[in-house]
Design a protein around this ligand. Structure first.
Ligand code: VTB
Ligand code: MG
Ligand code: MG
Length: 332
């Protein structure tokens, strides 16, 4: 007789709000996908924001937007401080209803809709400025790369930890003038560099996923996007550091007011950006390295989403088939 294999470790023990969140990013993706390639990024963004805001009404949380579309007086919906959800546990919400509005407007790869959830008080309150970011995937020694180390040293240490050479590494970054020197030095050190026109949330997550080929994400992009990336990195147990980049004293004072008592210029660890149990959901709008985009067929639209939670470490790729006959948003 064979040995008993013992009880399954995969016990379902609590509710998974992430599976409700996926409907929120799906709704935003379905709405903005009708604007792909129309050259009108604000309309695409507006459609995503409105659909996401409506979808949140069905989620059983007492939610507060902490990373959103802007300040209350400048954003009509999903503004910082807005209450969303139908009631339930107190949660903080980070959103980017359409991450890569230009990508959507030009029908280019990697436009996604993104939401992350944490228990109240656990997301960094990041103003809409730049953040320096560095991301690597799971299974590497803690501190193998560091925001304050040179790009050459980071690549060398990462290659060693992976049992590879720098020539094997693929670095991903936004194609911006401010990154030119870093890109040139990374290439001179032997690495390959993948340039994104937009969308560093997808880029940062790619650094954590084996099937993406990306070994490291480095560079500056939106600080709100940094917090969303941090939530995703937490779920897959990757490593990330960030630092807010201020252009004016007013910005620095505002960050200080948002997170009192802490130096706004400090290097931020992953858990300073997203602490405690977090949930993350993203749905593809246009096909990219991370997710396939929305596909419109005769009677349905098909969505692809990545849904994760840090507590269980489970990632799910969810394919949604949305029947036009039963949807009020369907094209007539
Ligand atoms: C960044 C990046 C985003 O826009 O915010 C970027 O984080 C804007 O950067 O992923 P620039 O000001 O350098 O253009 C995205 O690429 C898309 O929202
Ligand atoms: Mg946005
Ligand atoms: Mg964005």
């Amino acid at each position: 007789m064979s040995e008993p294999i013992g009880p399954s470790p995969f016990v379902v023990s609590d509710r998974n709000l992430a599976l409700e969140l996926v409907r929120v990013t799906e709704a935003a993706a379905l709405a903005s996908s009708r604007w792909t390639g129309r050259g009108r990024k604000n309309d695409a963004d507006g459609a995503a924001v409105e659909a996401m805001r409506t979808a949140f009404d069905t989620v059983a949380i007492d939610g507060t937007v902490v990373i959103g579309e802007g300040e209350m007086d400048e954003a009509p919906m999903l503004y910082i401080g807005e209450k969303v959800g139908s009631g339930g546990p107190a949660m903080d919400i980070a959103v980017d209803p359409l991450e890569g509005t230009n990508l959507c407007a030009k029908d280019m790869p990697n436009a996604i809709t993104v939401v992350a959830l944490a228990e109240r008080g656990n997301f960094l309150h990041a103003p809409d400025i730049y953040m320096d970011k560095i991301v690597v995937g799971p299974g590497l020694p803690e501190g193998v790369v560091d925001l304050d180390a040179s790009i050459e040293n980071n690549l060398k240490n990462l290659a060693r930890a992976k049992g590879r050479t720098v020539h094997d590494l693929l670095l991903c970054t936004l194609e911006r003038e401010r990154h030119e020197e870093m890109i040139a030095r990374a290439r001179a050190a032997g690495a390959r560099v993948r340039l994104l026109t937009d969308g560093d949330v997808a880029g940062g997550i790619a650094a954590c996923l084996d099937n993406s080929q990306v070994d490291i994400y480095v560079g500056s992009g939106g600080a709100p996007e940094g917090v969303l990336t941090a939530a995703a990195v937490r779920c897959v147990e990757g490593q990330m550091q960030g630092r807010l980049l201020f252009e004016t004293d007013e910005q620095r004072e505002r960050a200080l007011a948002m997170n009192p008592g802490k130096s706004p210029d400090r290097k931020l660890g992953l858990h300073e950006m997203a602490a405690g149990p977090v949930l993350f959901s993203a749905t593809g709008v246009t096909t990219g390295a991370l997710l396939r985009g929305v596909r419109h067929e005769a009677h349905q639209a098909v969505t692809h989403s990545l849904v994760m939670r840090s507590k269980s470490g489970t990632s799910r790729y969810i394919e949604g088939h949305h029947n036009f006959r039963t949807k009020t948003w369907a094209p007539q």
